[in-house]
Design a protein around this ligand. Structure first.
Ligand code: PGA
Length: 257
């Protein structure tokens, strides 16, 4: 069973100074916690300061997006080459990027392949809209999105997949642990089809969408949920620390070690 992972997606929040402070605070409060990998994903402009604040600690750093080209005429974009050395992880295909910046599965696929080739660990986000779930289409939508996002990916080494139902993001209305477990199990079955059972077992599948200190235990103890992608609660040092600590003590039920 892989080490669980808790990633904090700070989105477009924190100034450089606030980001460094939050990272420094978390470094202190998470110092004694073991058995969980922690990744902080601040805005691009704070990556350097956050990486510095965390230097020598076990906490890793991630970006929230990247372009699929190494350089060129792409005004406002940031390339994998620029991220190397600053961070280890990169969130790709977040629903806010799909919704507000017209990112398609095809674009996300190029980014995932590029991240893997560059040595960055992608945190690939997939999830259905409320209308999809209401129509009973959630499995079909997530399956199609995952397959398209992973097209031509040969070895998923270092890939993380986050199941994030769009209706649960930032709404305070988290999925139930049964809903999340069912979808994460589906994702793992699809990973097994493409990469084999062993790779699928070793790949972290996270749940994201209104994760809080109160509900993380329920999620983290599901057999196919290997941690969480946390938005709002990751900006609060106390809440995020509690989420990590709870994950460290939650034992997944029914999953072979
Ligand atoms: P939330 O965001 O925890 O605020 O719902 C999760 C995410 O967008 O990754």
């Amino acid at each position: 069973m892989p080490t669980p992972l808790i990633a904090g997606n700070w989105k477009m929040n924190t100034t450089i100074q606030e980001a460094a402070q939050l990272a420094g605070h978390l470094r202190g409060s998470l110092g004694g916690v073991s058995g969980v990998e922690v990744v902080l994903c601040p805005p691009y402009v704070s990556l350097s300061e956050v990486a510095m604040a965390l230097q020598g600690s076990a906490i890793k750093v991630g970006a929230q997006n990247m372009h699929y080209e190494d350089k060129g005429a792409f005004t406002g974009e940031v390339s994998p080459q620029m991220l190397l050395g600053l961070c280890q992880y990169v969130i790709l295909g977040h629903s806010e990027r799909r919704r507000d910046f017209a990112e398609t599965d095809a674009i996300v696929n190029r980014k995932v392949r590029k991240a893997l080739a560059s040595g960055l660990h992608p945190i690939l986000c997939v999830g259905e809209l409320l209308a999809d779930r209401q129509a009973g289409r959630e499995e079909a939508v997530v399956s199609a999105s995952l397959r398209a996002s992973l097209e031509d990916v040969a070895v998923p080494r270092s890939l993380v997949v986050a199941y994030e139902p769009v209706w649960a993001i930032g709404t305070g209305l988290a999925a139930t642990s049964a809903q999340a477990q069912a979808m994460c199990a589906l994702i793992r079955r699809l990973l097994a089809q493409q990469f084999g059972a062993e790779e699928a077992r070793a790949t972290r599948v996270l749940y994201g969408g209104s994760v809080t200190p109160a509900n993380i235990k329920e999620f983290a103890s599901q057999p196919d949920i290997d941690g969480g992608l946390v938005g709002g609660a990751s900006l609060n040092a106390q809440q995020f620390t509690e989420i990590v600590r709870t994950t460290a003590s939650a034992r997944p039920q029914g999953r072979p070690a």
